[in-house]
Design a protein around this ligand. Structure first.
Ligand SMILES: C[S@@+](CC[C@H](N)C(=O)[O-])C[C@H]1O[C@@H](n2cnc3c(N)ncnc32)[C@H](O)[C@@H]1O
Length: 219
Protein backbone atom coordinates (compact mmCIF):
# COMPACT_ATOMS: atom_id res chain seq x y z
CA UNK A 1 0.00 0.00 0.00
CA UNK A 2 1.36 3.46 -0.88
CA UNK A 3 2.18 5.62 2.11
CA UNK A 4 0.35 8.91 1.54
CA UNK A 5 1.57 10.93 4.51
CA UNK A 6 5.05 10.10 5.76
CA UNK A 7 7.69 12.67 4.77
CA UNK A 8 10.10 11.29 2.15
CA UNK A 9 13.23 11.70 4.30
CA UNK A 10 11.56 9.71 7.11
CA UNK A 11 10.62 6.89 4.74
CA UNK A 12 14.20 6.73 3.48
CA UNK A 13 15.68 6.63 6.99
CA UNK A 14 13.18 4.00 8.03
CA UNK A 15 14.13 1.79 5.06
CA UNK A 16 17.85 2.20 5.75
CA UNK A 17 17.28 1.12 9.36
CA UNK A 18 15.15 -1.91 8.49
CA UNK A 19 18.04 -4.40 8.79
CA UNK A 20 18.65 -3.15 12.37
CA UNK A 21 15.35 -3.86 14.18
CA UNK A 22 16.72 -2.84 17.58
CA UNK A 23 18.21 0.49 16.49
CA UNK A 24 17.71 3.45 18.84
CA UNK A 25 19.70 6.52 19.86
CA UNK A 26 21.58 5.90 23.11
CA UNK A 27 20.95 9.38 24.52
CA UNK A 28 17.18 8.93 24.36
CA UNK A 29 17.05 5.58 26.18
CA UNK A 30 17.12 7.05 29.71
CA UNK A 31 14.16 9.29 28.78
CA UNK A 32 12.28 6.29 27.40
CA UNK A 33 12.99 4.41 30.64
CA UNK A 34 11.72 7.38 32.68
CA UNK A 35 8.57 7.65 30.54
CA UNK A 36 7.84 3.95 31.00
CA UNK A 37 8.35 4.25 34.77
CA UNK A 38 5.95 7.23 34.96
CA UNK A 39 3.23 5.05 33.43
CA UNK A 40 3.30 2.99 36.67
CA UNK A 41 2.42 -0.16 34.76
CA UNK A 42 2.14 -3.49 36.47
CA UNK A 43 2.13 -7.03 35.10
CA UNK A 44 -1.07 -7.74 33.14
CA UNK A 45 -1.52 -4.04 32.29
CA UNK A 46 -2.52 -2.97 28.79
CA UNK A 47 -0.68 0.03 27.38
CA UNK A 48 -1.14 2.07 24.20
CA UNK A 49 1.93 3.52 22.47
CA UNK A 50 0.46 5.96 19.98
CA UNK A 51 2.74 7.28 17.24
CA UNK A 52 4.91 4.30 18.13
CA UNK A 53 7.19 4.73 15.10
CA UNK A 54 9.60 1.81 14.76
CA UNK A 55 8.90 0.78 18.34
CA UNK A 56 11.83 2.35 20.18
CA UNK A 57 9.84 2.35 23.41
CA UNK A 58 8.55 -1.20 23.05
CA UNK A 59 11.41 -2.80 25.06
CA UNK A 60 10.65 -0.56 28.04
CA UNK A 61 6.87 -0.96 27.86
CA UNK A 62 7.12 -4.72 27.30
CA UNK A 63 9.43 -5.04 30.31
CA UNK A 64 6.91 -3.12 32.44
CA UNK A 65 3.87 -5.25 31.55
CA UNK A 66 5.71 -8.56 31.44
CA UNK A 67 4.52 -11.69 29.63
CA UNK A 68 0.94 -11.27 30.78
CA UNK A 69 0.24 -7.66 29.83
CA UNK A 70 -0.20 -6.15 26.41
CA UNK A 71 1.51 -3.40 24.40
CA UNK A 72 -0.47 -1.99 21.48
CA UNK A 73 1.34 0.40 19.15
CA UNK A 74 -0.58 2.71 16.84
CA UNK A 75 1.27 4.05 13.80
CA UNK A 76 -0.16 6.05 10.92
CA UNK A 77 2.58 5.18 8.43
CA UNK A 78 2.51 1.67 6.92
CA UNK A 79 6.18 2.06 6.00
CA UNK A 80 7.16 2.79 9.61
CA UNK A 81 4.90 0.05 10.96
CA UNK A 82 6.97 -2.49 8.98
CA UNK A 83 9.98 -1.61 11.15
CA UNK A 84 7.94 -1.88 14.34
CA UNK A 85 6.76 -5.31 13.26
CA UNK A 86 10.36 -6.33 12.52
CA UNK A 87 11.31 -5.37 16.06
CA UNK A 88 8.44 -7.43 17.45
CA UNK A 89 9.38 -10.46 15.33
CA UNK A 90 13.07 -10.07 16.20
CA UNK A 91 12.27 -10.34 19.91
CA UNK A 92 9.52 -12.93 19.50
CA UNK A 93 7.14 -10.81 21.59
CA UNK A 94 3.68 -12.35 21.45
CA UNK A 95 1.95 -9.64 23.46
CA UNK A 96 3.11 -6.64 21.44
CA UNK A 97 1.30 -5.62 18.24
CA UNK A 98 0.92 -2.64 15.96
CA UNK A 99 -2.27 -1.19 14.52
CA UNK A 100 -1.54 0.72 11.32
CA UNK A 101 -4.00 3.59 11.52
CA UNK A 102 -4.25 7.27 12.46
CA UNK A 103 -4.74 7.97 16.16
CA UNK A 104 -7.81 9.99 15.17
CA UNK A 105 -9.71 6.99 13.84
CA UNK A 106 -7.98 3.83 15.09
CA UNK A 107 -10.50 1.27 16.34
CA UNK A 108 -9.56 0.14 19.84
CA UNK A 109 -11.27 -2.48 21.96
CA UNK A 110 -11.39 -2.76 25.74
CA UNK A 111 -9.85 -0.34 28.21
CA UNK A 112 -6.17 0.50 28.65
CA UNK A 113 -4.14 1.17 31.79
CA UNK A 114 -1.69 3.58 30.20
CA UNK A 115 -1.28 5.92 27.23
CA UNK A 116 2.23 6.66 25.98
CA UNK A 117 3.01 9.17 23.21
CA UNK A 118 6.71 9.64 22.62
CA UNK A 119 7.73 12.26 20.09
CA UNK A 120 4.21 12.33 18.69
CA UNK A 121 2.86 15.92 18.69
CA UNK A 122 0.33 14.97 15.99
CA UNK A 123 -1.27 12.90 18.73
CA UNK A 124 -0.76 14.57 22.12
CA UNK A 125 -1.49 18.07 20.77
CA UNK A 126 -4.45 17.09 18.58
CA UNK A 127 -7.94 17.35 19.97
CA UNK A 128 -9.18 14.98 17.26
CA UNK A 129 -6.73 12.24 18.34
CA UNK A 130 -7.30 12.67 22.07
CA UNK A 131 -11.06 12.48 21.71
CA UNK A 132 -10.63 9.05 20.13
CA UNK A 133 -8.00 7.81 22.62
CA UNK A 134 -9.00 9.09 26.06
CA UNK A 135 -12.35 7.24 26.19
CA UNK A 136 -10.34 4.02 25.78
CA UNK A 137 -8.56 4.58 29.11
CA UNK A 138 -9.76 3.26 32.42
CA UNK A 139 -10.18 5.95 35.10
CA UNK A 140 -6.86 6.18 36.92
CA UNK A 141 -4.81 5.27 33.84
CA UNK A 142 -1.54 7.12 33.52
CA UNK A 143 -0.79 9.28 30.48
CA UNK A 144 2.82 10.10 29.57
CA UNK A 145 4.04 12.13 26.63
CA UNK A 146 7.37 13.45 25.40
CA UNK A 147 8.23 15.96 22.71
CA UNK A 148 9.89 19.12 21.50
CA UNK A 149 9.19 22.63 22.79
CA UNK A 150 10.68 26.06 22.48
CA UNK A 151 13.07 26.89 25.29
CA UNK A 152 12.33 29.67 27.76
CA UNK A 153 15.96 29.64 28.94
CA UNK A 154 18.51 32.28 27.89
CA UNK A 155 19.82 30.06 25.06
CA UNK A 156 16.32 30.00 23.58
CA UNK A 157 16.61 33.24 21.63
CA UNK A 158 19.32 31.63 19.52
CA UNK A 159 17.94 28.18 18.80
CA UNK A 160 14.15 28.64 19.01
CA UNK A 161 13.96 30.27 15.55
CA UNK A 162 16.06 27.40 14.15
CA UNK A 163 13.78 24.81 15.78
CA UNK A 164 10.70 26.50 14.34
CA UNK A 165 12.26 26.60 10.85
CA UNK A 166 13.55 23.02 10.87
CA UNK A 167 10.55 21.36 12.47
CA UNK A 168 8.14 21.69 9.51
CA UNK A 169 10.78 20.23 7.20
CA UNK A 170 11.18 17.12 9.35
CA UNK A 171 7.58 16.45 10.29
CA UNK A 172 4.16 15.93 8.72
CA UNK A 173 2.28 18.84 7.17
CA UNK A 174 -0.25 18.47 9.97
CA UNK A 175 2.32 18.54 12.81
CA UNK A 176 1.81 21.57 15.09
CA UNK A 177 4.83 23.84 15.49
CA UNK A 178 6.40 23.52 18.94
CA UNK A 179 5.72 26.35 21.36
CA UNK A 180 6.65 26.87 25.01
CA UNK A 181 3.80 24.66 26.32
CA UNK A 182 2.89 21.91 23.83
CA UNK A 183 1.10 20.07 26.66
CA UNK A 184 -1.62 22.74 26.75
CA UNK A 185 -4.29 20.66 24.96
CA UNK A 186 -3.91 17.60 27.16
CA UNK A 187 -2.89 18.97 30.57
CA UNK A 188 -6.38 20.27 31.54
CA UNK A 189 -7.78 16.74 31.07
CA UNK A 190 -5.35 15.14 33.50
CA UNK A 191 -5.11 15.07 37.28
CA UNK A 192 -1.75 15.36 39.07
CA UNK A 193 -0.21 16.85 35.91
CA UNK A 194 3.59 17.24 35.98
CA UNK A 195 6.10 18.35 33.39
CA UNK A 196 9.86 18.20 33.33
CA UNK A 197 12.21 19.78 30.81
CA UNK A 198 15.13 18.08 29.10
CA UNK A 199 17.98 19.13 26.81
CA UNK A 200 18.17 22.83 27.79
CA UNK A 201 14.39 23.18 27.75
CA UNK A 202 13.96 22.06 24.13
CA UNK A 203 12.29 18.80 25.10
CA UNK A 204 9.76 17.93 27.77
CA UNK A 205 8.35 14.86 29.45
CA UNK A 206 4.84 15.28 30.86
CA UNK A 207 2.56 12.96 32.79
CA UNK A 208 -0.73 12.85 34.60
CA UNK A 209 -3.62 10.61 35.56
CA UNK A 210 -6.77 10.23 33.49
CA UNK A 211 -9.63 10.90 35.91
CA UNK A 212 -12.40 9.39 33.78
CA UNK A 213 -14.89 10.52 31.14
CA UNK A 214 -16.95 12.85 33.35
CA UNK A 215 -13.92 15.00 34.12
CA UNK A 216 -12.88 14.99 30.48
CA UNK A 217 -16.23 16.29 29.23
CA UNK A 218 -16.20 18.91 32.00
CA UNK A 219 -12.76 20.14 30.91
C1 LIG B 1 8.95 11.33 15.79
S1 LIG B 1 8.21 9.77 15.50
C2 LIG B 1 8.39 9.02 17.10
C3 LIG B 1 8.29 7.55 17.01
C4 LIG B 1 8.38 6.75 18.31
N1 LIG B 1 7.34 7.10 19.24
C5 LIG B 1 9.72 6.88 18.95
O1 LIG B 1 9.78 7.28 20.10
O2 LIG B 1 10.73 6.58 18.32
C6 LIG B 1 6.46 10.14 15.44
C7 LIG B 1 5.67 8.99 14.87
O3 LIG B 1 4.27 9.31 14.97
C8 LIG B 1 3.63 8.85 13.79
N2 LIG B 1 2.39 9.62 13.63
C9 LIG B 1 2.27 10.91 13.20
N3 LIG B 1 0.97 11.28 13.19
C10 LIG B 1 0.27 10.21 13.64
C11 LIG B 1 -1.12 9.98 13.85
N4 LIG B 1 -2.02 10.94 13.59
N5 LIG B 1 -1.52 8.77 14.30
C12 LIG B 1 -0.59 7.79 14.55
N6 LIG B 1 0.74 7.95 14.35
C13 LIG B 1 1.17 9.15 13.92
C14 LIG B 1 4.66 9.10 12.69
O4 LIG B 1 4.44 8.33 11.53
C15 LIG B 1 5.95 8.74 13.40
O5 LIG B 1 6.28 7.38 13.21
Amino acid sequence: MADPVTPLYFRLVIRLLRPFPDFDFGFIKPVRARAAALLELTERARVLDVGCGPGGSFPFLRAAVGETGEVVGVEISPDVAVNANHRIAHHGWRNVRVLTAPAQTVALTGLYDGLHMFGAPDVYAAESALSNLLPRLRPGARVVFFGAKTSTRPQGWLLNPLLRRLFPKLTFESTPLPDAAPWAVLAPRLAAFEVREYFFGWMFLACGTYPGPASVSAA
